[in-house]
Structure formats: structure tokens, C-alpha cells
Design a binder for this molecule. Structure first.
Ligand SMILES: [Fe+2]
Ligand SMILES: [Fe+2]
Length: 307
């Protein structure tokens, strides 16, 4: 699929919740971004990517940031893990009906982590935030694995092709298992629902915003390059799942980031401190530390890039 790409006019990305927090906001394991933009048809839009892992922190930060979520157009869920889906109902409630929610068909399916002793822990969308509960608050859910135009010029990647040789799921210890129930059958969970958001910003270039990048951050960027026919990508913000990766894995990622020409790298959430510090030191001109309360306008260098 090739996409006729219309440029959006500008973009501001605010981190509503993230593991780290600037004082007065709450940090928590999870992720949520608010995108404020002027779309390709000159319409102001608010789009939320993911809704964090803790409702209380989400609501606290929305209040503390003084952002209005009553006019959010849509929520895109990057995948169905609990730490990205904990406050979708709250956004639907605030929007007062008609909120659009975009997700992959696997997003709301039950999924578990099973430990060595056979004990199962829920990994999926938390209770109170599921499909029917979102619909009860007037949310209109669209489930598809295809790239989707969320607003003029703003696209999801759809299900991401896994083509790099080095990007793979984090290895589990013996006896551990990640599983998902599809049509009642328990299957190994490869988190195929993982997807990202992307857009081409006028006078800046393509920007990609990820949830966890379970499909691999390079696979994600390759997919966007292919869909939009982009030689280079300007910016990447979001989770990269580089936590606990080998040095070889990290340096291969760094090498690909260089080739892709990233001018803005704002990794967070599941990136981990080691990978974050490598990215900061390797790309001092592009790196921007991310945390709850951070606002980034791609193309404009924030005054403080780290604390
Ligand atoms: Fe995840
Ligand atoms: Fe996550």
C-alpha cells in the first residue's frame, strides 16, 4: 500500500504520562501522548496516542497540564497492553460521545504472562476500559490491521512488517510464556497489534510516534518510509523497547537511526536508561529527553533537552 501523503501544518506533542515526570506531574509505567495539530485540510485536531497505565496519573497530569480533553477527536491505541490503555473510557467520557478509537483487531483480546510456576498475570486492556465499556461512553471503535488515516495527513502504520534480522521479542526465561486468546485459542503472543502514528509535517518532515515498538523501532520506521515513500524520517518519539537489549542490538539500532537521518530522537517508556544514554551521547543534536509534562514541537529545539 502506498499512501498519497498530504502534509499537516504543524504539530505539538505533549507527554501526558510516561515513566519519568517533571515535578508537579506524576510518572508511572505507561505511556500517553496528546497531539495537537493543524491537519492537511487546515482543521485543528487533538489526537491521543495511548492512554497510559494508571488512570489516576493520567487524570492528574491532564489537570496539571491544563489541557482540555473534551474536544479530542480520536484516540489511537498502539497495542493492547495494560500500560497503554488505562484511561480510554475517561477520554470518551470527557469527549461526551462521538470519540473515535482506532486499534488493531487484537487489541482488546485477553492476554497473559505466565511465570515459571504456571501463575498467570493479566497483560491486556484493564477491566473498566474494554471495548463495550468504551462504547457505553459513546466511543466509536474502528478495528483494523491496515494503515488508517485518522485525520487528514495523520496515519497509523497498521500492522508492522517485521523485516529486520536483529529485531525480535525479548527472550523469556524457561517456563515463561506470553499468550493471547484468539477465537478462544491460547496462542503465543507476538504482539502483532503493535502499531505507530505518523505524519509529514510541513517544513519539518515525517514524524513517527510509537507506543512500545514491540515490532522493533527500525521495522516501524521502515514501514513508514515505505508507506510514505520517504528517504529520511525527521523525528521519532515514544517507546522503543530497547530496555534489556544486548549491546549488539543497541548499536545496530543506532546504525539504522543514523541511516534514516533522524533529527529528533525523543525515546521514552520502554527504552531503558542504558539505551537512552547511548542515544543521548550518540545523537546530542537530535536527542530530547521525554517525561510526563514534556511538550515538543518538531522542528523547534526545546530550551532544555535534558534535566
Ligand atoms: Fe507493550
Ligand atoms: Fe509499554
Amino acid at each position: 500500500m502506498l499512501i498519497k501523503m498530504d502534509q499537516i501544518k504543524n504539530l505539538k506533542i505533549t507527554t501526558l504520562v510516561e515513566n519519568l515526570a517533571f515535578p508537579k506531574y506524576l510518572g508511572q509505567w505507561g505511556l500517553s501522548f496528546l497531539l495537537e495539530l493543524v491537519d492537511a485540510q487546515d482543521k485543528l485536531r487533538k489526537i491521543i496516542l495511548d492512554t497510559g497505565g494508571n488512570k489516576k496519573a493520567f487524570k492528574h497530569n491532564v489537570r496539571a497540564l491544563k489541557v482540555d480533553i473534551s474536544d479530542v477527536d480520536s484516540v489511537v491505541l498502539s497495542h493492547g497492553h495494560w500500560d497503554h490503555t488505562a484511561a480510554t473510557v475517561e477520554v470518551a467520557k470527557a469527549a461526551g460521545g462521538g470519540l473515535k478509537i482506532f486499534a488493531h483487531p487484537h487489541t482488546f483480546l485477553p492476554r497473559f504472562f505466565t511465570d515459571k510456576r504456571g501463575k498467570k498475570r493479566k497483560m491486556g486492556v484493564p477491566k473498566g476500559e474494554r471495548l463495550d465499556e468504551i462504547e457505553m461512553e459513546g466511543g466509536k471503535i474502528s478495528l483494523t490491521s491496515e494503515p488508517t488515516e485518522v485525520a487528514p495527513g495523520v496515519w497509523t502504520t497498521g500492522q508492522i512488517k517485521r523485516i529486520t534480522a536483529f529485531e525480535h521479542a525479548l527472550p523469556l526465561a524457561e517456563g515463561e510464556k506470553l499468550s493471547i486468546f484468539i477465537d478462544g485459542m491460547e496462542l503465543d503472543d507476538q504482539i502483532l497489534d503493535d502499531q505507530a502514528l505518523w505524519m509529514n509535517v510541513e517544513n519539518v518532515g515525517p514524524v513517527v510516534i510509537t507506543g512500545c515498538a514491540h515490532a522493533g523501532s527500525i521495522n516501524t520506521l521502515f514501514q513508514v518510509q515505505k508507506l510514505g515513500r520517504f528517504k529520511e524520517i525527521f523525528g521519532l518519539a515514544g517507546g522503543t523497547h530497547l530496555v534489556k537489549r544486548s549491546d549488539e542490538y543497541l548499536w545496530k539500532t543506532v546504525g539504522e537511526f543514523k541511516k534514516i537521518g533522524l533529527k529528533l530522537i525523543s525515546p521514552c517508556h520502554c527504552t531503558g536508561f542504558k539505551a537512552t544514554s547511548i542515544l543521548w551521547q550518540t545523537f546530542p543534536e537530535a536527542f530530547v529527553l521525554n517525561y510526563s509534562g514534556r511538550a515538543i514541537k518538531p522542528g523547534e529545539r526545546p530550551k532544555t533537552v535534558v534535566f
